[in-house]
Design a protein around this ligand. Structure first.
Ligand code: MRU
Length: 359
């Protein structure tokens, strides 16, 4: 059984309860998030993180921003929905699931308003939409797990980077879902987890949740990945994604590109697991994906200990882009996109109803 990273609590009005991921693995604390500003801050400080989980949190964030409007007019509820979406859209720039979820919430309010519904009916619809985003993600993760498990052979060792597990989604994860399902199926599967500098999502989160689930995991620092591949310890790489361009270029946590290059050098298949909500059909290639830059202190004094001279220049992109040509396949809820390119991505998006016509 995997951990649940966040949930809606208390009915209407209600609030979000989420694991404060910045404290893991030392402390497993659940916090209450009751306002839009608290949700904004939680997303920004990475209390809730990972593309699908950010999307689920954003959907609930719109509820936090509108639930005091019981009895208000449809115009007021729509205006507040739009303002809340605009605010939450400023929290982080790269994971497209944030914008996908906010777009669903705003579009739902707009269509209910256009149909002449009153404020309370629009609020009802927003609650249903947020719950559906969460339930849909849970279901999607399971499907990704089932499609991806078929790729994993008994006895395989997988390498992963960052955290794309239950902590990063509304369900059992993306990159870790195939591993969880293979484990459930009785396959012997083990994992090497990259530590993932500078915020250590691999060490703090992936190692923690795999150990909770009883999946054998070995922690390495990021610069050891080449060595473990050279030693023949890795059968396949699997990572999550924050945004995938229409041609299959994959944006994920900084360091993923290095892992993909190393995997290619060693003839190891490099897989990505992501829901269709992580695709951005509006971007023709990965060079167009906005890359978040994080504060220099995360590099020079992460976790309170100074490890670089005062005043040193720092550059800290939080994500990188792996070209589609290095990707063996993208596991989605509608199946595997093998050797992704524009036509294959468009075909999968059409199957999942995210494009009007099949490519
Ligand atoms: O900065 P983070 O921790 O939000 O970055 C998360 C990642 O890069 C994950 O690999 C990605 O969001 C996929 S999560 C299923």
């Amino acid at each position: 059984m995997h951990v649940e990273t966040l949930e809606w609590a208390g009915g209407r009005p209600g609030h979000v309860r989420m694991i404060e991921q910045t404290l893991l693995p030392g402390r497993h604390e659940v916090i209450d998030v009751a306002t839009v500003e608290e949700m904004f801050a939680a997303i920004r400080r990475l209390a809730v993180r990972g593309a699908p989980a950010i999307g689920v949190a954003a959907g609930y964030g719109v509820l936090l921003g509108t639930q005091d409007l019981a009895g208000a007019s449809g115009d007021e509820v729509l205006a507040r929905t739009r303002a809340t979406c605009e605010r939450l859209a400023e929290s982080r720039p790269t994971a497209v699931n944030l914008f996908w979820a906010l777009n669903r919430m705003r579009t739902r309010a707009e269509s209910e308003h256009a149909a002449g519904r009153d404020g309370d009916a629009i609020l009802d619809a927003l609650f249903a939409e947020a719950a559906d985003i969460h339930a849909g993600d849970r279901d999607t993760c399971r499907r990704i797990g089932e499609h991806g498990a078929a790729l994993i052979q008994d006895g395989w060792t997988m390498l992963t980077h960052c955290n794309a597990g239950a902590l990063a989604t509304g369900g059992m994860g993306t990159a870790l879902a195939p591993i969880y399902v293979a484990h459930e199926q009785g396959k012997r599967v083990s994992v090497y987890a990259d530590e993932t500098r500078p915020l250590l999502q691999g060490a703090r989160l992936t190692a923690w949740e795999l150990m909770q689930a009883g999946v054998p995991v070995t922690l390495i620092t990021d610069n050891m990945a080449g060595r473990v591949m050279f030693e023949g310890r890795i059968d396949a790489v699997i990572v999550g994604s924050d945004r995938i361009a229409r041609n299959g270029d994959v944006c994920n946590k900084i360091g993923t590109y290095s892992v993909a290059v190393l995997a290619a050098r060693h003839g190891i298949p490099f897989y990505v697991a992501a829901p269709l909500s992580t695709f951005d059909p509006d971007l023709a290639h990965g060079g167009l994906i906005p890359i978040e830059e994080r504060a220099p202190e995360e590099v020079t004094e992460g976790f309170g200990s100074r490890t670089a001279p005062e005043g040193v220049a720092v550059y800290s992109p939080a994500f990188d882009v792996t070209p589609a040509e290095l990707v063996a396949g993208i596991v989605t809820e509608v199946g595997l996109i093998e050797r992704p390119d524009t036509a294959r991505v468009e075909h999968a998006l059409a199957l999942g109803g995210r494009l009007q016509t099949a490519g």
